[in-house]
Ligand binder design. Sequence first.
Ligand code: ADP
Ligand code: MG
Length: 612
Amino acid sequence: MPRIQPLAPEVVNQIAAGEVIERPASVAKELLENSLDALATRIEVDVAAGGTELIRIADDGEGVPEEDLPLALTQHATSKLRTPADLFTVATMGFRGEALASIASVSRFKFRSRPEGQELAAEIAAEGGSITPVTPRGGPLGTTVEVRDLFFNVPARRKFLKTNATEFGHLAEQFTRVALANPRLHATLRHNGKVVYDLPPAVDLRDRLATFFGSKIAERLIPVSSESDIARLWGFAGHPGDSKGSRKGNYLFLNGRWITDRSLQHALSEAYRGLVMIGRHPISFLFLETAPDAADVNVHPTKCEVRFRDSSSLYRQLLGTLRTEFLKRDFEQRFHLPGDPAKAKEQPASLPEKQAELADGFADWARAALMKAESEPVPEVESPPLPDLPVASTESPPHNAEAPQSLRVTEPNQKPKPQDVTITRAMQVLDTYLVLETDAGLQVIDQHALHERVMYETLRRRVLGEGVEIQRLLVPESVELDAKRHAAVLEHADTLGELGFEVEDFGGTTVLLNGFPVLLKRADPTAVLSDAADALADSPKTPDRRDLLDSLLHMMSCKAAVKAGQRLSPEEIDALLTARHLVDDAHHCPHGRPTALTLSRDDLDRQFGRMG
Ligand code: ADP
Ligand code: MG
């Protein structure tokens, strides 16, 4: 007998099952997708013991003719592809023809189906892959698939399953994705005989979202839509105040298929940058519709990852669509006063919720800024003179600094444009907050948070635009690092260069700083560089360039901004408040903390009992 033997079909199927069928939820996903491909309008899912004992899915779809039943259980047999070219224009959820064969090889499996025009239903069964002959049965039009005792013959797999509750959670998530992508589908999910979801066909996706995520969240969703040459994008973006501690609330669908995509995920975070706090994630339900050949879905057996032909256009479309929508909104942060009747009715918020609430918004000025941007013929918003706030109390620039090269002379007293909110009388309290009257009422600004935001936007604009102004040092400063940081700094010297740090190797684990960003004049540039080294050394092996720049920008702006507890002169206060109108989203610092709180006229009147 030759040493090399072809694998037996059962073994091939079990190997395939290893890729696609990881747990009960994967079975549910494959079966649900088959029902959708069969154009079902109604799907009923019954699960016992988290899906480990039973998953039964019944649909009213087109069914499989009796004579095709054995083929349905055969590896690489499908009704959905014919030619290799079809692979690039896949319009169905399935196409690999391996799910049923895989599932049947690791469970006790029954597939009963009755297509239109066939008098009786027919059933085919399999146990651990050994198939029994087709038998006629009674049954309605459509298909019912029953999967019992998943992995009964693969103990190693079974051992890796989590508790029934956890497994059911995963399964319910698959059900949710299908229900969201197909609002007109009538779908039910029962666990151990109890109804978990019974979803009537919905005309408005929002109804379905309310069922799954609660009406409070659904009401605050922000509809978004846009159309480009490549894709129609539509759906709902969550209110910043409804952010979550994980990315689980992000739903992205491509042509009805739930997908994950690193680049689009990044675009989403970028759209919410400054609106939700670091470590929190927005919720979103976004749908992309493209021509089938705009993306390759055959990247991974589970088809959750895709390869877009033009990923960067989609990135821009998603970011642009959300940003534009957000700028139209007034997410203004309000004080939550004790005894505020509107507030009192709500549930007491947990701490993370409270923190999330703080990240509640944008403001009037954002609208003003947008209107300004639209009405004016794009005069690139001039960066404020602010970063050079003449803060008397802090250090003078390093002793050996040359005059900055090509220093632009900007009038320090740029008058606010008429559209800007008029500021009258600002006062610094506790050396930390600025209190002022605005059109809306009374506003309290966190001086550090606001300055940090202004620095961040200014630096970012310069880095992405005309470049950062560099202050050259007559005598380079040496910065001692350890081996890891030294290597990281040299490896990322180009990125640091973009940010305005001119570094070179000095030998050993020391680097020389030849120049630094003028904007950082008030901070100690060597200290900022060594912090940057920390960040670089801790970043992943091949960090995304955008992420890296962004985190360095955050760090630099924090260092360079005035601190809490620092007394400001009236001119400095003016400069800071003026600069506020020159940046996008001055209402949150780059970490997403609010920079300002507003106590409105109404709030005040209510507190003083002036309301009728
Ligand atoms: P694929 O979905 O990739 O084609 P599957 O193994 O999931 O592969 O299914 C094999 C075939 O069985 C499908 O191509 C389809 O013709 C048929 N089939 C499976 N489930 C159903 C169903 N619920 N209704 C009708 N036909 C089905
Ligand atoms: Mg399938």
